[in-house]
Design a protein around this ligand. Structure first.
Ligand code: BGC
Length: 544
């Protein structure tokens, strides 16, 4: 397995591998150009996620779109929201493909589904045609919303994995940003190209993802789960830009080996009758695995992950992302151009404020970010509700008040962008033990999409019927989120997975650690098994 000419490094445990570990955060990303390039490229999936969410906001206000699709408010809402219904299904089923054909080919598959969905959207002639396109595109976006962070985390060196997960949210906000400005740029085209072009531009992005991802590596972890150890070693060496027998590669290789054997061992222990390796046995093991989520200590984590996603969505963020021009008009801005311009600014603020998380989350901690945001989001919604409530019938004489409410919408976006936006994805990825993490994440991700669907559907109906109470509605959830975060979410900054049992109660991670230490003894040999049981699970304790 080792190459003869690559003997510059002792490949055993005489070397302290931490000497070879790089920096974290942005510096660490720059020090790992190949990993960064791969993760950035994969986050094109996040750009598609954001783009398809954002593009509809401007399109639905365009004259030629309204002329082609003569829809009631409810139909219009369904066209917007059906994307997220597709995402919900996509997020639920993608786990199977991710294990079966691998992360990379699943990204290709989802990319192809995306191409079909976005072609349907771009070429839509009727409302059902358009809805079908959005549903199919949603299937792939939901899938990509699971796959991209999974792939990113599996190629990343431990010290920058957290930053890479935040990159995904940055990509989402970038997708929203460009979609808003493309809508703005196309608004004056005097034909249906006005909305077909913004829909079709995403085809180019999807094609880039499908073709480009072939040039990037397989996930080394997936390769090893398939028994393709030699290939995994090659990939690791390429990713880390050091020879195969470099201690850093060797250590990581053994760490992954430990995880793979660990998972097989746990399965065999828990399901001795299902160890024949048949498809049916695998399927049953997969289903039973979900039961672990209802164990003491684990259910609370599942509740927190799902509730956090609930509050992320019921804060009202997508009321703004999907219906920004409509909302800008409801705040007294007149003319498509002004409201699309005001919408474009939302995209910029959203994108820029996400950098705060990438740079400072680990310094300040999750709770501080969330609690500060809950207060600010509530205030913004209350102020906007008050202004709209008082002036909504007479905006022409209260232009200044209209702009004040726009300013509070901007402040709202800024607060969402550093808090519930990224943390809705970061916290679920760090509170579960390795073994149940993907299952738990697929449930919390689908909870996110289901809530997203509901918001997409009810917002325009609320704006039309209960008007300023729409903002009161969201203010209530922002307010409750403060107490949810305060009482339910423990600070997880700097905690390892082993710590999580102490934080949440329950024994799962402790039991896992016992099995893990035994596997380590086998894989590392006696000497390294006596190292603190930090090696693999510590990978989960990232700096964000
Ligand atoms: C949410 C999306 C939202 C986006 C806004 C994401 O974290 O899941 O629903 O549109 O943030 O930036």
């Amino acid at each position: 397995m080792k190459e003869s000419n690559e003997n510059a490094y002792p490949s055993d445990d005489r070397v302290d591998v931490s000497d070879y570990r790089g920096s974290s955060g942005l510096k660490g990303m720059v020090e790992n150009p190949y990993v960064l390039a791969t993760a950035l490229f994969a986050s094109l999936g996040g750009v598609l996620f954001g783009y398809d969410q954002g593009v509809i906001s401007g399109i639905q206000e365009m004259e030629t779109f309204k002329a082609r699709f003569d829809m009631s408010t409810t139909e219009n809402a369904f066209v917007v929201a059906i994307l997220t219904l597709g995402c919900w299904v996509g997020a639920l089923i993608v786990g199977y493909f991710a294990d079966k054909i691998g992360r990379k080919y699943s990204i290709v598959l989802n990319g192809i589904v995306f191409l079909i969905g976005s072609s349907f959207q771009g070429g839509a002639q009727t409302v059902p045609y358009l809805m079908a396109g959005r549903f199919v595109a949603g299937l792939s976006i939901g899938g990509l919303s699971m796959l991209v962070p999974l792939y990113q985390s599996e190629i990343a060196p431990p010290e920058i994995r957290g930053s890479l997960v935040s990159l995904q949210q940055l990509a989402v906000t970038f997708g929203i940003l460009i979609s808003f400005w493309i809508d703005y740029g196309c608004q004056n085209i005097p034909s249906e190209a006005q909305w077909r072009v913004p829909f079709c531009i995403q085809i180019a992005l999807g094609l880039l993802l499908v073709i480009g991802i072939f040039f990037f590596p397989f996930s080394p972890r997936w390769l090893m789960a398939q028994g393709r150890d030699d290939e995994a070693l090659q990939v690791l060496s390429k990713l880390r830009r050091v020879p195969i027998n470099h201690p850093r590669v060797q250590e990581e290789y053994r760490d992954i080996k430990v995880t793979v054997i660990f998972e097989q061992r746990v399965e065999a222990q828990r399901f001795p009758d299902l160890s024949n390796g048949t498809t049916m046995d695998q399927f049953k093991i997969g289903c039973y695995g979900y039961l672990d989520l209802f164990k003491a200590g684990m259910f609370k984590r599942l509740f927190i992950a799902c509730a956090l996603q609930f509050f992320q969505q019921f804060s009202g963020i997508n009321a703004i992302i999907y219906y920004a021009p409509k909302i800008m008009k409801s705040l007294g801005l007149t003319g498509n151009s002004v409201s699309l311009l005001a919408t474009g600014v939302i995209g910029i603020i959203n994108f820029l404020c996400t950098f705060i998380t990438v740079l400072y989350l680990d310094k300040f901690g999750r709770k501080k970010f969330l609690l500060t945001a809950s207060v600010c989001l509530t205030l913004c919604m209350v102020i906007v509700a008050a202004i709209v409530g008082v002036y909504e019938d007479d905006w022409p004489n209260h232009i200044a008040q209209g702009w004040v409410s726009v300013a509070f919408i901007y402040f709202y976006i800024a607060n969402f962008a550093y808090s519930f936006g990224p943390l809705g994805w970061v916290i679920p990825s760090e509170i579960f033990p390795l073994r149940v993490r993907s299952k738990a994440m697929s449930i919390s991700t689908s909870a996110n999409w289901m809530c997203n669907f509901i918001i997409g559907l009810i917002t325009p109906i609320m704006l039309d019927s209960i008007r300023f109470y729409t903002y009161v509605f969201f203010a209530i959830f922002c307010f409750i989120s403060f107490f949810f975060v305060f009482f339910m979410i423990p600070e997880t900054k700097g905690r390892s997975l082993e710590d999580m049992d102490a934080v949440f109660g329950g024994q799962t991670a402790a039991e896992d650690t016992a099995i893990l230490d035994q596997v380590k003894t086998e894989v590392y040999g006696q000497q390294s098994a006596t190292k603190p049981s930090s090696t693999q699970l510590q990978y989960e304790k990232e700096e964000f």
